[in-house]
Design a protein around this ligand. Structure first.
Ligand code: DAH
Length: 339
């Protein structure tokens, strides 16, 4: 009996398997009702009384060893099975999720691309400006309301430092530093002292365009505007110009486009007029040309400026301006398919 126990113990210690099913076969072989170890237990009654204590202990050890071994085999197998099932090393990699462009960047890029096709190049200027470039050089009278603290963030009086209220300041900087022909488009952020609401913010974005050369006429301006409107909002888009006033242009106009939501029929968005205003424009005032060192007898030019938020609202029907600066991923992710 003891020899048999010893032999079985050695055998069990050396057990190994290659498949999960083999483990169950081993359990049956040793531990089931007719298993080899169970049979030994059944024979135990034939062991002479004086050996029962010693043999009983050996038998128990054998059973524990066999159970442990089989459990250990099962465990090692489960672990390795785990690895094989979950890590398929032949699987193609998950695609890397790309971020999305901000809707204002998408629209800004589109505006710049349209004007680039007309030969305009991008010019940029500082957001922290001085009175000369934002107001004086652009023919603003000393008592113009835009010079009021209520509209403009003044940072310092002397020397004067302020946040630009429009990208027209880039016009004067470029004209000061270069001679015609000038054909530039200036995208950028501007600041105004406004209470924040769904329709106004203390900062927003504009694009300014300036063309100065010999014999630039209002007809050139109108043609560029029509081209822009059709490229931006679709070939069926109509434009209309309404007389307006800006200190830096003479004559000045505001441009409406046929409402791109209702196609000009009238809807709540266009207040049932069929038209929506999108930009200001005009012929550069000779005073501005002269202030910036350009001979107004030789050259003329046109300028226009528009709010990027406004164009974006028109294109994507964003109803609350604040969404643009809140960085809410649920809002931004909606522009995944745009570029
Ligand atoms: N600077 C004007 C604004 O902030 C927009 C503008 C109007 C720009 C007419 C122009 C222009 O260049 O000609 O509202």
């Amino acid at each position: 009996m003891q020899q048999k126990i010893d032999a079985l113990l050695k055998e069990i210690e050396q057990l190994s398997v290659t498949k999960a099913e083999e483990i169950e076969a081993l359990r049956i072989k040793y531990l089931s009702k007719k298993g080899e170890i169970t049979v030994l237990f059944n024979d135990f009654r034939n062991v002479p009384a004086e050996q029962k204590r010693e043999v009983g202990q050996l038998l128990n050890n054998l059973k524990v060893a066999a159970t442990d071994k089989i459990n250990a085999l099962k465990e090692s197998f489960e672990n390795s099975a785990d690895v094989n099932d979950k890590e398929d090393l032949t699987r193609t990699a998950y695609p890397v999720a790309l971020g999305t462009r901000h809707p204002l960047s998408i629209v800004k890029n589109e505006i710049c691309a349209i004007f680039a096709r007309l030969g305009f190049t991008i010019a940029e200027g500082p957001e922290i400006e001085d009175d000369w470039h934002v107001f004086s050089s652009l023919n603003f009278a000393d008592d113009h309301p835009a010079r009021d603290m209520q509209d403009t963030f003044f940072i310092q009086r002397n020397p004067d430092v302020l946040l630009r209220t429009h990208t027209s300041s880039v016009q004067s900087r470029v004209m000061e530093n270069s001679q015609p022909p000038i054909r530039i488009i200036c995208p950028g952020r501007v600041y105004r002292n406004e209470a924040i609401s769904y329709r106004a913010h203390c900062f927003f974005h504009q694009v300014e365009a300036l063309y100065v050369d010999k014999n630039v006429s209002f007809a050139d301006l109108k043609q560029a505007l029509l081209y822009f409107a059709k490229e931006m909002f679709g070939a069926d888009t109509k434009i209309r110009l309404r007389p307006s006033y800006f200190p830096f242009t003479e004559p000045s106009a505001e441009m409406d486009i046929s409402c791109n939501l209702c196609g000009g029929k009238g809807c709540p968005f266009c207040k049932h007029t069929g038209w929506v205003e999108i930009l200001g424009c005009g012929m550069v005032d000779p005073n501005v040309l002269e202030a910036c060192g350009i001979d107004s007898k030789e050259y003329s030019g046109y300028a226009l400026g528009m709010g990027i938020e406004r164009i974006t609202n028109l294109k994507y029907q964003v109803k609350d301006l604040r969404l643009f600066s809140e960085n809410d991923i649920r809002f931004l992710e909606q522009f995944k398919s745009a570029h």
